[in-house]
Ligand binder design. Sequence first.
Ligand SMILES: [Zn+2]
Length: 71
Amino acid sequence: MSIERDGRRFLLICDECGEQHVELDFSEAVEFKRERKNGWRAVKDKATGVWADLCPDCAAGAAAHMEGFDD
Ligand SMILES: [Zn+2]
């Protein structure tokens, strides 16, 4: 997922729907991604080879056209 800074906060952003999850600090944001908390997933589009980070809702619907789940 994208991690963007907004003042003192860091936002995790789904590459599919743009949903934002606000984290308190950068280390928590990184941990959120690394641990794939709450169903967030990193996937690779089969057609483009581009990696995307998806929120739980998008990850659930991505299996048909995505591959490369990072576990
Ligand atoms: Zn999403």
